[in-house]
Write a protein that binds this ligand. Structure first.
Ligand code: XMP
Length: 511
């Protein structure tokens, strides 16, 4: 059976991924595609519906992103959001005008006519508006179904052709019950069946992977992070012992982390699991290196080398498993929504292992869906909800030269910080938190003794995209407890400071 899909045409709006996620939360699979996708391509995909996203442009502006107008004749329901609504109007010969001033913020939207997309709403609603241009004259066949005090056409429809436009943003949390507008579009207009569920995703994936791989052999580089762990477990459910996972413990992981990963994969899942303890090797290569980018490069290269050696021992494999997820592969309409941090990826593995094909079982999933899949597969919550951890690990949290001693100091300090955040129940609000071992030594006093020891910095940020973020306002009492425990329990630390810079201008990591 073909999977039901709704296409989201990307006009460069900042909430595009959110729209796609909301659709999926309504149990309908969605795909973000470039705004200039051809009508042939759309037909091939046979979507149940199409959503036009918002975007920063003006429809009459030079170079404004436009779609092929034939799209309106396909008979496929379309929902235009913000810029998407204006483009629909403009393309169908209605009029879009510029308002004197921008309408921004949560605004009362009054529903003027009953409409399938407003099923379950009362006449007055709080939705987020964010626009200057507005629809001043409707295209033929359309009628107004909602307004605000300053925007006469906040919602429009051509029910016969199943074309709908809304000026507000239903996808953001500020819009009260906004998801219901999307749900109504999916179920009342597009008549979706709603077959996208994580449990069926797991079942279908296992079935498909079994079919595809047959008796072939697959290899997975396990980092212990969420994505590669979920990919590995999914594969193991499909092909059992024909999957081998290689886990490189380069000594730059957090305290006890290597053992925790091993415990889960060996005991809970009975996976062919090879742990390679190669700390010495990494530390030798990193000796005397202080430049952050150089550290990243060395770790990336060494990672590939060790993986290559280990995979040779296994012999030929047919498939290489990678934990790529959807935000990594979205082909954006304006090249804006996809963010690539090349230095953040530790080594592209493909070119040196002898294999036929790459398998990326999580390619279609957003991060929260990967986590749900992990839970479906029975992976422990502490692994599934793990905060992001950089590939180069603690190497970029020991500032300057890395030594075994420094790593031990950092691991202990970091462990205490994380433990206290957990105990205080703050971990749900803080998206990334860790300790940094600065290379600053300063004078202190302990008992009657003068000390000359390291300064540990604590970092905690609140962010959704990790591209920007604010420092977390951790209560003083918690900071005090952490500071006192670190100086008392970790040798060679006599000072603890808290990083109160946001990103930008600082980055999350110190290196
Ligand atoms: P920055 O420090 O750039 O970090 O604000 C943003 C996010 O990326 C992570 N990060 C990395 N992840 N390899 C990775 O896999 C890296 O080299 C790397 N550097 C930063 C960082 O932990 C944060 O989540």
């Amino acid at each position: 059976m073909k999977k039901e899909v709704v296409l989201i045409l990307d006009f460069g709006g900042q909430y595009n991924q959110l729209i796609a996620r909301r659709v999926r939360e309504c149990n309908v699979y969605s795909e973000i595609v470039p705004f200039d996708i051809s009508v042939e391509k759309i037909k091939e995909k046979q979507p149940k519906g199409i959503i036009f996203t918002g975007g920063p442009a003006s429809v009459f502006g030079e170079g404004a992103p436009r779609c092929d107008s034939a799209i309106f004749d396909l008979g496929i329901p379309i929902l235009g959001i913000c810029y998407g609504m204006q483009l629909m109007t403009y393309s169908l010969n209605g009029v879009v005008a510029k308002a004197d001033k921008r309408e921004y913020g949560v605004t009362k939207v009054y529903i003027d006519e009953q409409s399938p997309i407003f099923k379950g709403f009362t006449s007055e609603n709080d939705f987020l508006m964010s626009h200057t241009d507005f629809v001043s004259e409707l295209p033929e066949g359309f009628k107004n179904i909602g307004h605000t005090l300053s925007c006469p056409n906040a919602a429009i429809e051509n029910r016969e052709k199943k074309l709908y436009g809304i000026q507000f943003h239903p996808e953001v949390n500020h819009s009260v019950n906004g998801t219901l507008v999307i749900k109504n579009f999916l179920y009342e207009v597009c008549k979706c069946a709603g077959d996208w569920k994580m449990s069926s995703f797991v079942e279908d994936s296992i079935k498909n992977l079994k079919q595809k791989i047959g008796d072939g052999k697959a290899l997975c580089a396990l980092s212990g992070g969420v994505d590669s762990s979920v990919a590995a477990v999914l594969l193991s459910k499909a092909i059992g012992k024909n999957l081998t996972c290689i886990f490189l413990d380069h000594g730059l992981l957090r305290k006890n982390e290597g053992d925790e990963v091993e415990e889960v994969f060996k005991k809970q899942y009975d996976i062919n699991f090879i742990r390679v303890n190669c700390k010495e090797r990494f530390l030798n290569r990193l000796a005397n290196v202080t430049d952050p980018e150089q550290k990243r490069k060395i770790i990336g290269e060494e990672f590939i080398r060790v993986f290559e050696e280990e995979s040779k021992k296994i012999g030929k494999v047919d498939f290489l498993v990678q934990g790529t997820i959807y935000p990594d592969v979205i082909e954006s309409g304006l090249g804006k929504s996809s963010v690539i941090k090349s230095h953040h990826n530790v080594g592209g593995l493909p070119d040196y292992v002898d294999f036929k094909e790459i398998i990326e079982p999580l390619r279609d999933l957003f991060k929260d869906e990967v986590r749900k899949t992990g839970l479906e597969l029975g992976i422990p919550e502490n692994l599934v909800y793990r905060q992001p951890f950089p590939g180069p690990g603690l190497a970029i949290r020991v500032i300057g030269e890395i030594t075994d001693d420094k790593l031990e100091i950092l691991k202990d300090a970091d462990y205490i910080f994380r433990e206290e955040i957990q105990k205080a129940g703050l971990y749900k609000n803080i998206n990334q938190y860790f300790a940094v071992l600065t290379n600053l030594k300063s004078v202190g006093v302990m008992g009657d003794e003068r000390t000359y020891d390291y300064t540990v910095a604590l970092r905690a940020v609140e962010t959704t995209d990790f591209m920007t973020g604010v420092w977390s306002k951790i209560p003083y009492e918690v900071l005090e407890k952490v500071s006192s425990r670190i100086v008392n329990e970790v040798q060679h630390v006599n000072r603890v400071v808290y990083d109160i810079t946001s990103k930008p201008p600082a980055t999350i990591e110190w290196e």
